[in-house]
Design a protein around this ligand. Structure first.
Ligand code: UDX
Length: 421
């Protein structure tokens, strides 16, 4: 099939390159001149494991081309995916301005009622509103993405489900046909339900994590081991083992934005979603709880404290620090008077003092705080860390390190939700 992809951001590139991998001819439209130039040279502007190789193969096979004109791409494609950003706007609600402007452009600039499939996460009810406004000139459907950063290629090629929201069964079938050869269950539904599936999934996962974080805080106070607790819980098939790792709170480009957006949708629908509001509040409290613990570890006085922060990315496997709990914790420590030096194997934060490696990061530190679960932190030479630090405390917010290894180096080790020895 000839398929268009509008927007060469994170979602658009995974979608475009993934569709080329399935054998489709894909035209990508991107407005940003610099981004386009990079792509034309064969360089990906984002990092995602495995994507570069797939991009090179698609370019080599002549299955992907880069364009400047949205209307041209859509008019030459059997259907087109809209992969535009929907950043947090007023009061955190997803801003659909980019999507709306491009739909307007396509409605006015392309004849023959082309099929336009919105991939971006848009507030519940948005597709239906767009259909009312542009439906005479565009066939609009919704096909939410469920990509996690770091595993996006696998998530695209082996999806857990393909959700298609369209009021027209023939259009839904056509969209489903683009995912040729994938044996994932297909949910063909109306656009509003498709939107709610996306928000329902992300907000449920955010709720689950926040619940586990609360259990971790209780476990640590009562002397229980949260890792045993979640293992015991996860063996119940109704619960399952995944997405039960406690941490400093959720971050990234989806959960913080999507929880706020669903709250706003509920409010507009006349429903006070107090459960989800508590999740948002408790997630914020998680960072305050951790900052409070760090303050207590330096005798209740952050001024003059040196904190080494290992990891600034919102999770391992990505260079993305958007809404990262690590960065938020760093900011509140700095606001409290501490000096923070950070390290991350991939992400660099201009507003933080960054060290070139984890040992150097620990120079003169009172506490090393492990904020992102990068596997390489496990194999750091802790004898070197002990030598270079001023204090001797390691606070592991991801339960990443081997306690025995850290303690053998003469350091004291504390991990989120685990008994303190
Ligand atoms: C998420 C959804 O998983 C994905 O389906 C959606 O399309 C976009 O949002 P992503 O933001 O890439 O993906 O990250 P994810 O792996 O879901 O992690 C989100 C946050 O939860 C991170 O801050 C991560 O550190 C945290 N997390 C995740 C935990 O603290 N513990 C866990 O067990 C899992």
């Amino acid at each position: 099939m000839d398929i268009g992809v509008i927007g060469a951001g994170y979602v658009g590139l995974v979608q475009a390159i993934g569709l080329a991998e399935l054998g489709h001819r894909v035209r990508v439209a991107e407005v940003d001149v610099a981004r386009r130039a990079k792509l034309e040279e064969g360089i990906l502007p984002i990092y995602e494991a495995g994507l570069e190789e797939m991009f090179a193969a698609a370019v080599g096979a002549g299955l992907i081309s880069i364009h400047a004109d949205n209307c041209e791409v859509v008019s030459e494609s059997e259907l087109s995916f809209l992969c535009l950003p929907t950043p947090a706007g007023v009061e955190g609600v997803a801003d659909i301005g980019f999507v709306q402007r491009v739909l307007e452009e396509l409605a006015n600039g392309v004849g023959g009622r082309p099929i336009v499939v919105i991939k971006s996460t848009i507030p519940v009810g948005t597709t239906a509103r767009f259909i009312r406004r542009f439906g005479d000139r565009l066939v609009i459907a919704h096909n939410p993405e469920f990509l996690s950063e770091g595993t996006a290629v696998k998530d695209f090629l082996e999806p857990s489900r393909i959700v298609i929201g369209s009021d027209d069964p023939a259009v839904a079938d056509k969209i489903a046909a683009t995912y040729v050869g994938m044996d994932a269950p297909r949910i063909l539904t109306d656009p509003t339900s498709a939107e709610l599936i996306k928000y329902g999934s992300n907000c449920y996962l955010a709720t689950r994590l926040t619940y586990v974080n609360a259990l971790a805080n209780i476990a640590e106070s009562v002397g229980a081991d949260v890792l045993d607790v979640v293992r015991g819980m996860g063996l119940d098939p109704r619960i399952g083992p995944r997405f039960l790792q406690p941490g400093p709170g959720y971050g990234g480009s989806c959960f913080p934005k999507d929880t706020i957006a669903l709250l706003a949708t509920a409010r507009q629908a006349g429903y006070e979603f107090s459960l989800l509001q508590s999740v948002v509040d408790a997630d914020r409290s998680q960072r305050l709880w951790i900052t409070g613990n760090i303050r207590r570890m330096v005798d209740d006085d952050l001024s003059g404290a040196n904190i080494a922060l290992w990891g600034t990315a919102f999770k391992a496997g990505t260079d993305d620090s958007r809404e990262s709990a690590a960065v938020k914790i760093a900011q509140s420590l700095i606001a409290g008077g501490a000096m923070v030096t950070a390290h991350d194997p991939r992400a660099s934060i201009s507003k933080l003092r960054m060290a070139p490696d984890p040992v150097e990061c620990a120079r003169d530190a009172d506490i090393v705080v492990v904020a992102t679960e990068w596997p390489e932190y496990r194999s750091v030479d802790f004898a070197e860390v002990a030598k270079i630090m001023r204090g001797d405390m390691v606070y592991d917010l991801r339960n990443l390190l081997d306690a025995a290894v850290v303690r053998r180096a003469g350091l004291s080790y504390r991990a989120l939700g685990r008994p303190r020895i």
